[in-house]
Design a protein around this ligand. Sequence first.
Ligand code: ADP
Ligand code: ADP
Length: 252
Amino acid sequence: QPLVEVSAVSKTYTIKADGTKPRGVLKALNNVSFTMDKPERIALIGPSGSGKSTLLRSIGGLLIDDASSGDIKVMGQAIQSKGRLAPNVRQARMNLGMIAQQFNLVGRLSLFTNAALGHLGKMGGLRGFFGLWSKAEKMAVMRALDHVGVAAKANQRANTLSGGQQQRGAIARAIVQDAKVILADEPVASLDPVTARKVMELLVKVNTEDKVGVIVTLHQVDYAKRYCDRILALKDGVIVYDGPANGLSGDT
Ligand code: ADP
Ligand code: ADP
Protein backbone atom coordinates (compact mmCIF):
# COMPACT_ATOMS: atom_id res chain seq x y z
CA GLN A 1 0.00 0.00 0.00
CA PRO A 2 1.26 3.49 -0.80
CA LEU A 3 2.77 5.49 2.04
CA VAL A 4 1.31 8.74 0.75
CA GLU A 5 -1.39 9.38 -1.84
CA VAL A 6 -2.23 12.91 -2.89
CA SER A 7 -5.07 13.03 -5.42
CA ALA A 8 -6.18 16.17 -7.23
CA VAL A 9 -5.55 18.47 -4.32
CA SER A 10 -6.31 22.14 -4.78
CA LYS A 11 -6.18 24.78 -2.12
CA THR A 12 -7.39 28.35 -2.25
CA TYR A 13 -6.70 30.75 0.56
CA THR A 14 -9.72 32.95 1.03
CA ILE A 15 -8.22 34.90 3.88
CA LYS A 16 -4.67 36.11 3.93
CA ALA A 17 -2.32 35.25 6.74
CA ASP A 18 -2.92 38.73 8.24
CA GLY A 19 -6.69 38.18 8.32
CA THR A 20 -7.57 40.39 5.36
CA LYS A 21 -9.13 39.20 2.12
CA PRO A 22 -6.77 38.86 -0.82
CA ARG A 23 -7.48 40.71 -4.06
CA GLY A 24 -8.62 38.06 -6.48
CA VAL A 25 -8.10 34.39 -5.86
CA LEU A 26 -5.01 32.98 -4.28
CA LYS A 27 -4.73 29.45 -5.52
CA ALA A 28 -1.85 28.01 -3.55
CA LEU A 29 -2.23 24.46 -4.94
CA ASN A 30 -3.81 23.58 -8.25
CA ASN A 31 -4.74 19.96 -8.91
CA VAL A 32 -1.68 18.40 -7.32
CA SER A 33 -1.35 14.60 -7.45
CA PHE A 34 1.47 12.24 -6.56
CA THR A 35 2.01 8.94 -4.82
CA MET A 36 4.84 7.62 -2.67
CA ASP A 37 4.66 3.86 -3.17
CA LYS A 38 7.72 2.87 -1.19
CA PRO A 39 9.88 4.70 1.36
CA GLU A 40 11.49 7.34 -0.81
CA ARG A 41 13.10 10.68 -0.16
CA ILE A 42 11.07 13.28 -2.00
CA ALA A 43 12.29 16.87 -2.18
CA LEU A 44 9.68 19.56 -2.70
CA ILE A 45 11.32 22.45 -4.45
CA GLY A 46 10.14 25.62 -6.16
CA PRO A 47 10.31 29.36 -5.77
CA SER A 48 9.01 31.11 -2.69
CA GLY A 49 5.21 31.17 -2.78
CA SER A 50 4.95 28.18 -5.13
CA GLY A 51 2.97 26.14 -2.57
CA LYS A 52 5.59 23.83 -1.03
CA SER A 53 4.68 24.56 2.52
CA THR A 54 0.95 24.50 1.77
CA LEU A 55 1.37 21.02 0.24
CA LEU A 56 3.43 19.75 3.16
CA ARG A 57 1.00 21.14 5.72
CA SER A 58 -1.94 19.69 3.80
CA ILE A 59 -0.35 16.24 3.90
CA GLY A 60 0.19 16.77 7.63
CA GLY A 61 -3.50 17.56 8.11
CA LEU A 62 -2.56 20.94 9.49
CA LEU A 63 -4.68 23.07 7.16
CA ILE A 64 -8.23 22.92 8.26
CA ASP A 65 -9.82 26.11 7.05
CA ASP A 66 -10.40 27.61 3.63
CA ALA A 67 -11.31 26.12 0.30
CA SER A 68 -9.72 22.79 -0.46
CA SER A 69 -10.51 19.91 -2.76
CA GLY A 70 -9.03 16.49 -3.35
CA ASP A 71 -7.99 13.55 -1.25
CA ILE A 72 -4.92 12.78 0.83
CA LYS A 73 -4.13 9.45 2.45
CA VAL A 74 -1.18 8.36 4.57
CA MET A 75 -0.66 4.61 5.02
CA GLY A 76 -4.12 4.11 3.58
CA GLN A 77 -5.75 6.34 6.20
CA ALA A 78 -7.52 9.50 5.12
CA ILE A 79 -6.01 12.83 6.11
CA GLN A 80 -8.27 14.80 3.80
CA SER A 81 -11.29 13.54 1.95
CA LYS A 82 -13.04 15.59 -0.77
CA GLY A 83 -11.31 18.68 0.53
CA ARG A 84 -12.41 18.21 4.14
CA LEU A 85 -10.18 17.18 6.99
CA ALA A 86 -10.89 13.51 7.66
CA PRO A 87 -12.71 12.75 10.95
CA ASN A 88 -9.99 10.35 12.06
CA VAL A 89 -7.13 12.64 11.13
CA ARG A 90 -5.48 12.30 14.53
CA GLN A 91 -5.14 8.58 14.01
CA ALA A 92 -3.83 9.03 10.48
CA ARG A 93 -1.35 11.66 11.68
CA MET A 94 0.29 9.17 14.02
CA ASN A 95 2.10 7.80 10.99
CA LEU A 96 3.65 11.21 10.36
CA GLY A 97 6.69 12.70 12.05
CA MET A 98 6.87 16.47 11.74
CA ILE A 99 10.07 18.42 11.60
CA ALA A 100 10.00 22.19 11.26
CA GLN A 101 12.57 24.79 10.33
CA GLN A 102 12.53 26.28 13.81
CA PHE A 103 13.40 23.19 15.81
CA ASN A 104 9.99 22.38 17.26
CA LEU A 105 11.11 20.85 20.51
CA VAL A 106 9.84 22.00 23.88
CA GLY A 107 12.73 24.18 24.99
CA ARG A 108 12.48 23.72 28.73
CA LEU A 109 12.24 19.95 28.55
CA SER A 110 15.18 17.60 28.25
CA LEU A 111 16.11 16.11 24.93
CA PHE A 112 15.09 12.74 26.37
CA THR A 113 11.61 13.98 27.23
CA ASN A 114 11.21 15.64 23.87
CA ALA A 115 12.07 12.42 22.06
CA ALA A 116 9.86 10.47 24.46
CA LEU A 117 6.92 12.64 23.41
CA GLY A 118 6.92 10.45 20.31
CA HIS A 119 5.34 7.77 22.52
CA LEU A 120 2.46 10.04 23.53
CA GLY A 121 0.02 9.21 20.78
CA LYS A 122 0.41 5.51 21.49
CA MET A 123 0.06 5.85 25.27
CA GLY A 124 -3.19 7.68 25.69
CA GLY A 125 -2.94 10.66 27.93
CA LEU A 126 -1.71 11.32 31.38
CA ARG A 127 0.87 8.59 31.91
CA GLY A 128 2.99 10.07 29.14
CA PHE A 129 2.14 13.61 30.18
CA PHE A 130 3.69 13.00 33.56
CA GLY A 131 6.72 11.28 32.07
CA LEU A 132 5.78 7.86 33.43
CA TRP A 133 7.49 5.96 30.67
CA SER A 134 7.91 2.21 31.02
CA LYS A 135 11.37 0.73 30.97
CA ALA A 136 10.85 -0.48 27.41
CA GLU A 137 9.71 2.98 26.36
CA LYS A 138 12.77 4.58 27.95
CA MET A 139 15.02 2.14 26.17
CA ALA A 140 13.34 2.88 22.86
CA VAL A 141 13.97 6.59 23.42
CA MET A 142 17.65 6.04 24.22
CA ARG A 143 18.03 3.76 21.20
CA ALA A 144 16.55 6.47 18.97
CA LEU A 145 18.79 9.18 20.46
CA ASP A 146 21.78 6.93 19.98
CA HIS A 147 20.72 6.18 16.41
CA VAL A 148 20.75 9.88 15.54
CA GLY A 149 23.94 10.59 17.47
CA VAL A 150 22.75 12.66 20.44
CA ALA A 151 22.42 10.09 23.24
CA ALA A 152 25.08 11.97 25.24
CA LYS A 153 22.82 15.03 25.32
CA ALA A 154 19.74 13.20 26.59
CA ASN A 155 19.55 15.06 29.90
CA GLN A 156 20.15 18.54 28.56
CA ARG A 157 17.33 20.97 28.05
CA ALA A 158 16.45 21.31 24.39
CA ASN A 159 16.99 25.07 24.43
CA THR A 160 20.62 24.63 25.46
CA LEU A 161 21.39 22.54 22.38
CA SER A 162 22.59 23.63 18.96
CA GLY A 163 20.18 23.74 16.02
CA GLY A 164 21.67 20.59 14.55
CA GLN A 165 21.31 18.71 17.83
CA GLN A 166 17.70 19.86 18.12
CA GLN A 167 16.92 18.66 14.59
CA ARG A 168 18.44 15.30 15.50
CA GLY A 169 16.15 15.28 18.52
CA ALA A 170 13.14 15.96 16.32
CA ILE A 171 14.14 13.06 14.08
CA ALA A 172 14.55 10.85 17.17
CA ARG A 173 11.04 11.83 18.26
CA ALA A 174 9.72 10.71 14.87
CA ILE A 175 11.55 7.38 15.24
CA VAL A 176 10.15 6.87 18.75
CA GLN A 177 6.72 7.63 17.36
CA ASP A 178 7.31 4.88 14.79
CA ALA A 179 6.45 7.35 12.06
CA LYS A 180 6.21 5.86 8.60
CA VAL A 181 6.75 9.19 6.88
CA ILE A 182 8.68 12.25 8.01
CA LEU A 183 7.43 15.63 6.79
CA ALA A 184 10.25 18.11 7.10
CA ASP A 185 9.58 21.78 6.37
CA GLU A 186 12.87 23.50 5.52
CA PRO A 187 14.67 21.47 8.19
CA VAL A 188 18.12 22.80 7.32
CA ALA A 189 17.30 26.39 6.41
CA SER A 190 18.43 27.69 9.80
CA LEU A 191 21.61 25.62 9.96
CA ASP A 192 25.16 26.28 8.84
CA PRO A 193 26.20 24.27 5.76
CA VAL A 194 28.22 21.63 7.62
CA THR A 195 25.43 20.94 10.12
CA ALA A 196 22.84 21.09 7.35
CA ARG A 197 24.63 18.35 5.41
CA LYS A 198 24.82 16.18 8.52
CA VAL A 199 21.10 16.54 9.13
CA MET A 200 20.38 15.67 5.49
CA GLU A 201 22.64 12.62 5.80
CA LEU A 202 20.70 11.60 8.86
CA LEU A 203 17.43 11.80 6.92
CA VAL A 204 19.04 9.54 4.30
CA LYS A 205 20.05 7.09 7.03
CA VAL A 206 16.59 7.01 8.59
CA ASN A 207 15.12 6.47 5.14
CA THR A 208 17.42 3.64 4.10
CA GLU A 209 17.89 1.87 7.44
CA ASP A 210 14.51 2.41 9.06
CA LYS A 211 12.47 2.51 5.85
CA VAL A 212 10.85 5.80 6.76
CA GLY A 213 9.61 7.85 3.82
CA VAL A 214 10.79 11.44 3.76
CA ILE A 215 9.14 14.47 2.18
CA VAL A 216 11.29 17.51 2.63
CA THR A 217 10.93 21.08 1.40
CA LEU A 218 14.25 22.58 0.40
CA HIS A 219 15.15 25.80 -1.26
CA GLN A 220 18.52 24.54 -2.42
CA VAL A 221 18.24 22.43 -5.54
CA ASP A 222 21.72 20.97 -5.04
CA TYR A 223 20.63 19.53 -1.69
CA ALA A 224 17.57 18.04 -3.34
CA LYS A 225 19.71 16.41 -6.00
CA ARG A 226 22.32 15.15 -3.60
CA TYR A 227 20.19 13.82 -0.79
CA CYS A 228 16.85 12.91 -2.33
CA ASP A 229 15.93 10.33 -4.93
CA ARG A 230 12.88 12.07 -6.31
CA ILE A 231 12.07 15.71 -6.88
CA LEU A 232 8.67 17.37 -7.07
CA ALA A 233 9.05 20.87 -8.40
CA LEU A 234 6.18 23.29 -7.87
CA LYS A 235 5.46 26.51 -9.65
CA ASP A 236 2.38 28.61 -8.89
CA GLY A 237 0.77 25.65 -7.15
CA VAL A 238 1.28 23.24 -10.07
CA ILE A 239 3.71 20.33 -10.24
CA VAL A 240 6.04 21.15 -13.12
CA TYR A 241 8.47 18.26 -12.58
CA ASP A 242 8.04 14.90 -10.88
CA GLY A 243 10.88 12.51 -11.47
CA PRO A 244 14.28 11.25 -10.45
CA ALA A 245 16.44 13.76 -8.64
CA ASN A 246 19.27 13.26 -11.09
CA GLY A 247 16.92 13.83 -14.03
CA LEU A 248 16.22 17.45 -13.18
CA SER A 249 18.16 19.73 -15.44
CA GLY A 250 18.57 23.47 -15.46
CA ASP A 251 17.03 25.76 -12.88
CA THR A 252 13.36 24.92 -12.41
P1 ADP B 1 6.14 28.13 -0.42
O1 ADP B 1 6.19 27.22 0.75
O2 ADP B 1 6.51 27.46 -1.69
O3 ADP B 1 6.88 29.41 -0.21
P2 ADP B 1 3.41 28.62 0.39
O4 ADP B 1 2.71 27.33 0.42
O5 ADP B 1 3.87 29.17 1.69
O6 ADP B 1 4.61 28.55 -0.64
O7 ADP B 1 2.49 29.72 -0.27
C1 ADP B 1 1.75 29.53 -1.47
C2 ADP B 1 0.85 30.72 -1.68
O8 ADP B 1 -0.15 30.78 -0.66
C3 ADP B 1 1.57 32.06 -1.60
O9 ADP B 1 0.97 32.93 -2.51
C4 ADP B 1 1.33 32.50 -0.18
O10 ADP B 1 1.37 33.90 -0.07
C5 ADP B 1 -0.06 31.97 0.10
N1 ADP B 1 -0.23 31.61 1.53
C6 ADP B 1 0.54 30.78 2.25
N2 ADP B 1 0.06 30.63 3.51
C7 ADP B 1 -1.04 31.39 3.57
C8 ADP B 1 -1.99 31.67 4.60
N3 ADP B 1 -1.90 31.11 5.81
N4 ADP B 1 -3.01 32.51 4.32
C9 ADP B 1 -3.10 33.05 3.11
N5 ADP B 1 -2.26 32.84 2.10
C10 ADP B 1 -1.24 32.04 2.31
P1 ADP C 1 -3.24 18.40 17.51
O1 ADP C 1 -4.18 19.57 17.53
O2 ADP C 1 -3.85 17.14 17.04
O3 ADP C 1 -2.43 18.28 18.76
P2 ADP C 1 -1.33 19.98 16.08
O4 ADP C 1 -1.96 20.76 14.99
O5 ADP C 1 -1.06 20.67 17.36
O6 ADP C 1 -2.20 18.68 16.34
O7 ADP C 1 0.03 19.37 15.53
C1 ADP C 1 0.32 18.00 15.46
C2 ADP C 1 1.79 17.86 15.29
O8 ADP C 1 2.25 18.69 14.23
C3 ADP C 1 2.60 18.28 16.50
O9 ADP C 1 3.69 17.38 16.66
C4 ADP C 1 3.10 19.64 16.18
O10 ADP C 1 4.36 19.88 16.78
C5 ADP C 1 3.26 19.56 14.69
N1 ADP C 1 3.06 20.86 14.06
C6 ADP C 1 2.07 21.74 14.30
N2 ADP C 1 2.19 22.83 13.54
C7 ADP C 1 3.31 22.64 12.80
C8 ADP C 1 3.98 23.40 11.80
N3 ADP C 1 3.56 24.61 11.42
N4 ADP C 1 5.08 22.90 11.24
C9 ADP C 1 5.51 21.68 11.60
N5 ADP C 1 4.93 20.92 12.53
C10 ADP C 1 3.85 21.39 13.14
